[in-house]
Design a protein around this ligand. Structure first.
Ligand SMILES: C[S@@+](CC[C@H](N)C(=O)[O-])C[C@H]1O[C@@H](n2cnc3c(N)ncnc32)[C@H](O)[C@@H]1O
Length: 252
């Protein structure tokens, strides 16, 4: 029997790879000074990244009137957490009770998940250096501090470890939590089902959940976990129009 074909992890091909590399090379030799570069980063933002910003903005508008925390299960570098803090500052600058919580091992996929090899092909295993969580915490605080009411800060949380353990523990420690938004971006069944079960009692009507790969047959774990936990929860579901591989679930 021959080995199965490798899992496709990107939609880029041929010439578009060359242009991607050229963009990176142009970024590497940018003539802009760091302060100018920080203010003109859009020069280098590709549509594949820009669309993620647009999707999160669209979702923010949907859950802005729902009380509760914003969570990401599988944060990797934490870009979405930073984006959520900045969308908070734009959409509800006076709301300093909007806690943002990111869960990740910060050491990549646990070996036992069987995802380590696939992930390796994608982004070097998603393994961060041991000091990355504290760097990300500082980054988040710098964004909070530079936004309106920046003197009130320090609400956001990074939870390091395997979510099968950390998610139940987080809600045991914070039973008052309501979840307005959660993004599931880990993939395999076990962590997804554990985190979904952990947030379930904390969802409210209007809570929005974004799933990264509910319809990807190459990794059915997320969909199986979703169907299992949402069997008894009334919800609406739609395909994300700007990013068709993602699905949006709204609790009714
Ligand atoms: C696809 S990446 C997330 C990308 C991120 N959401 C983004 O959009 O930039 C998946 C992440 O899930 C994390 N992860 C996988 N299994 C996990 C587990 N059992 N517990 C905690 N984090 C896990 C990995 O470390 C990895 O950083």
């Amino acid at each position: 029997m021959t080995d199965p074909a490798p899992v496709e992890v990107t939609t880029a091909f041929g010439e578009s790879f060359d242009f991607r590399r050229r963009l990176q090379e142009l970024f590497d030799r940018s003539p802009l000074e760091p302060d100018e570069l920080m203010f003109n980063l859009g020069l280098y933002v590709r549509s594949s990244l820009l669309v993620k910003f647009l999707v999160l903005d669209d979702l923010y508008r949907r859950f802005v009137s729902v009380p509760g925390a914003l969570m990401e299960f599988g944060t990797w570098r934490g870009q979405n957490l930073v984006l959520l803090e900045n969308l908070r500052a734009i959409h509800e600058p006076f709301n300093k009770q909007r806690t943002i919580v990111g869960f990740d091992t910060f050491t990549g996929y646990p070996e036992a998940s069987g995802m380590a090899d696939t992930a390796l092909k994608e982004h070097g295993s998603y393994r961060a250096t041991s000091d990355y969580p504290s760097y990300l915490a500082e980054l988040l605080e710098a964004h909070e501090g530079s936004n309106a009411f920046g003197h009130l800060r320090g609400n956001h949380r990074l939870v390091a470890g395997d979510v099968t353990e950390t998610a139940p523990q987080y809600f045991a420690d914070h039973p008052e939590t309501l979840v307005a938004f959660a993004f599931f971006d880990m993939g395999p069944y076990e962590p997804t089902v554990a985190a979904l079960r952990a947030i379930q009692p904390h969802l409210v009507p209007g809570s929005v959940i974004l799933f990264d790969e509910l319809t990807w047959s190459g990794a059915p774990g997320e969909a199986i976990a979703f169907k299992e936990v949402f069997r008894d929860i009334p919800y609406a579901i739609e395909k994300c129009s700007l990013y068709p591989s993602k699905s949006i679930v709204t609790v009714l």
